[in-house]
Write a protein that binds this ligand. Structure first.
Ligand code: SF4
Ligand code: SF4
Length: 320
């Protein structure tokens, strides 16, 4: 898979693509994601200490987690309902799979056919067929091959995945490195569902711009402690996290929700000022761009800015 080689290079920032592990010895010898444990909730260990950027974002709570870097949303129909059904179905089918290389390979092939046989929004972005639902009651998205996964008996089967166990265990998305820790803590604390959270948590520019606007209005910095005793603020942040699915200015010709964040140039949204140069100078330009907006005129720009201003005003008020 040529595209896979490219992605491996991007992921690992290394010119050598990963090779598929040769057998079970390699599988069991894989490092165990000590610092990037997508099956362990933060209350069981303190993963913040082991995460670049101080804030662990992958498995957050019994209902909030992320699988965006595993290509979660890169499917033809990424609606909440369709994806939930897909993950439920996959999880129940994987529960019956014997833990052998042959059986897991067969499962992957079947899942590839179900998802990757379709037209995907970003052709260079692999959707891992081992994403499923994990945790108490299966309410969070996570890795079915993880050694702590149900039925895996401590064996790390991620070596059988397309990315390979090393990438799975060590990769951290740009948000971990680039977004201010206080913003990450705020989002992590307010989020209540894996779907909206995973759609947004990789959108570093979008989140950073919006929360900086909120701070400007307040004249001070915000942090997760501001959410204590402020349920209205929590609600406002959750509305913000859902913005991708309700944004009225999204380009209908490119209704893409998945975010390809591995490369600064490939598969990025078009420049926001192509039709309306004034949009380039908008304080909301990074948000408008990340939302794949179509801004054909100054009047539409004004409408879009008004909507974002109202959202920022509302959150700033709720945090006061
Ligand atoms: S995209 Fe980021 S937050 Fe999400 S699972 Fe990957 S590293 Fe964790
Ligand atoms: S095998 Fe790797 S890419 Fe697939 S779900 Fe698990 S962590 Fe993600």
């Amino acid at each position: 898979m040529a595209n896979g080689s490219l992605l491996h290079r991007v992921l690992l920032q290394n010119e050598k693509p990963l090779t598929r592990p040769p057998g079970p010895l390699y599988v069991t010898a894989m490092p165990n994601a000590q610092n990037h444990d997508r099956s362990t909730a933060p209350d069981r260990i303190d993963p913040d200490n082991k995460t670049p950027g101080e804030v662990y974002l992958c498995q957050v709570s019994p209902t909030v987690s992320c699988g965006a870097c595993c290509g979660l949303y890169n499917v033809q129909n990424p609606s909440r309902e369709t994806m939930t059904r897909m993950l439920e179905d996959r999880t129940s089918r994987f529960a019956k799979v014997p833990r052998t290389i042959e059986a897991i390979d067969h499962f992957a092939g079947d899942a590839f056919f179900r998802v990757e046989g379709q037209k995907q929004p970003v052709k260079d972005f692999h959707h891992c067929p081992f994403l499923g639902l994990i945790g108490p009651g299966n309410h969070t998205v996570g890795c079915l091959l993880h050694p702590l996964g149900e039925g895996n008996a401590g064996v790390d089967w991620r070596g059988l995945s397309y990315y390979g166990s090393f990438a799975c265990a060590t990769y951290f998305c740009p948000t971990c490195h680039e977004l201010a820790p206080r913003y990450k803590r705020l989002i992590r604390k307010a989020a209540d569902h894996w779907y909206d959270y995973g759609l947004m948590i990789t959108e570093t520019d979008l989140m950073g711009t919006f929360l900086a606007q909120v701070e400007d209005r307040m004249g001070r910095r915000v942090d997760d402690r501001d959410l204590e005793q402020r349920p209205e603020a929590v609600t406002r942040i959750r509305e913000f996290l859902a913005i991708k699915t309700v944004w009225p200015f999204r380009d209908p010709a490119q209704p893409r929700l998945t975010h390809f964040f591995f490369h600064k140039k490939a598969h990025q949204p078009p420049a926001i000022g192509l039709q309306c140069p004034e949009a380039e100078a908008s304080p909301w330009a990074p948000v408008l761009t990340a939302l794949w907006s179509v801004i054909p005129s100054p009047a539409i720009l004004s409408e879009a800015e008004s909507l974002l201003n109202r959202m920022a005003d509302g959150l700033a008020m709720a945090l006061k």
